[in-house]
Design a protein around this ligand. Structure first.
Ligand SMILES: [Zn+2]
Ligand SMILES: [Zn+2]
Length: 417
């Protein structure tokens, strides 16, 4: 190419390079002006780390690029994010063919550079029931967690004939389904053994999902019991998107599994959860010694979690009580002049409204025994103590918290007057 032409084409290219956008660029801009912040205080012994350990992007069946997930997590003030693509199910593969199952993680990781967000590696091991879908997080290489042996194609085709013969699939859809069927032929236990080798924390996803549990009831299969006994499954979702399972909560308590709540978001967080209606995605609060991947992983393996779902807090006594003690506090503002009516202020240091039921001997001038302490706010109570006291003990049942199915904890305040 003559030099002059070379220079001309360089001149043409240079402004383009200056404006190049990379797929993992951080997203800024749009601000709805609504407070999406998910915020819970640290407890006396641990840092409170908020996480969403189950999300999707275009690299499996989600509809956004991974950097959008990062931007959403930043807006929601989430501390830890995992993009957990289906390893065996990639419906966009005709448009985004990428054999590397670590791609979404790498993109998100790069997009999170310079932010406080911790992006961890994870994948969704996707099977029919049993065992259904399982998430492995803190993995080293997603590509080792699936196996599609083309020699088994005739078996896969039989499976498809059995399950999807009336679905009238197009040629493109057939490619996706064939891969899914091949992936399903590799026993889930093999994938979990590899996950264990990589040091992964594994939980059972949406055990109450109508497609895999038609009566909506989560039940452990023999396969799950086997996984638990072999230390291949460490947690269970009791909350997924907009579903809560009491049965899964009980399964977690009975089998020493970590309580997990996730968004499993496929579209946009702002569409699925409306901040103007005081909604936010479900999260798992993790109680960690430090704000590091190592420490967060340790906390998960030791089951130190509380699930936050629609302003409800669900956790074991040991984890939930210290959190409630950090969220709620009460102090005296003294007696109203010339009365035996005590002014008490109750403060809520979290992004969930807290609903209390009075169990104390005393009652209030202002209202009945049901009190809502607004998020990041307080209520003032006028307490009829009958005689002037030096100390007051107040007890409340916390109606938006559960330590077990149908079981609300009680919080107690010793107020010095
Ligand atoms: Zn799933
Ligand atoms: Zn999922």
């Amino acid at each position: 190419m003559p030099n002059i032409l070379k220079t001309a084409s360089l001149l043409f290219i240079l402004p383009f390079i200056a404006n190049l956008a990379f797929t993992h660029d951080r997203i800024g801009g749009f601000n709805s002006g609504l407070d999406r912040t998910i915020s819970f205080p640290d407890t006396k012994d641990y840092l409170t780390i908020s996480s969403d350990l189950h999300t999707h992007s275009v690299f499996s069946d989600g509809h956004v690029w991974p950097n959008i997930r990062v931007a959403e997590a930043e807006k929601d003030s989430i501390d830890v994010l995992a993009i957990t693509e289906h390893l065996e199910y990639q419906p966009h593969t005709n448009f985004i063919p990428n054999e590397d199952r670590n791609a979404a993680y790498s993109e998100a990781k790069k997009a999170s550079e310079g932010t406080d967000l911790i992006v961890i590696a994870g994948s969704e091991i996707t099977r029919e029931m049993p065992p259904g879908h399982m998430n492995a997080v803190f993995i080293e290489d997603a590509n080792k967690l699936f196996n599609m042996n083309k020699d088994r194609l005739p078996e896969a085709k039989e499976l498809i004939d059995e399950r999807a013969k009336d679905m009238n699939l197009s040629k493109e859809e057939m490619v996706v389904i064939e891969k899914y069927a091949l992936g399903n032929l590799w026993p889930a236990v093999e994938a979990l053994l590899e996950a264990k080798k990589q040091g992964a924390f594994v939980f059972w996803n949406h055990p109450m999902w109508g497609s895999q549990a038609p009566d909506g009831v989560a039940r452990l299969s023999d396969m799950h019991i086997d996984f638990i006994s072999k230390d291949l499954m460490h947690g269970i979702e009791i909350v997924n998107t907009d579903t809560y399972s009491e049965e899964a909560f009980q399964i977690a308590l009975d089998n020493n599994l970590a309580l997990i709540g996730t968004s499993d978001v496929h579209n946009l967080i702002e569409w699925d959860y409306n901040a103007h209606k005081n909604e936010h995605r479900p999260v798992t609060l993790i109680f960690a010694k430090r704000r590091t991947e190592k420490s967060i992983r340790e906390a998960l393996f030791n089951r130190r979690t509380v699930v936050v779902y629609k302003d409800k807090l669900m956790g074991r006594d040991n984890d939930l009580m210290p959190l409630l003690e950090s969220i709620l506090s009460a102090k005296s503002d003294g007696y109203r002049k010339g009365t035996r009516i005590l002014k008490v202020e109750i403060t809520n240091n979290s992004s969930s409204d807290m609903t209390l039921k009075n169990l104390s001997q005393v009652n209030f001038v202002d209202g009945d025994d049901f009190i809502v302490v607004p998020k990041k706010g307080n209520v003032n109570l006028n307490v009829k103590t009958l005689e002037k006291l030096k100390n007051l003990n107040l007890q409340f049942e916390v109606l938006n918290a559960l330590t077990a199915p149908k079981q609300n904890p009680v919080i107690e305040f010793e107020i010095r007057i």
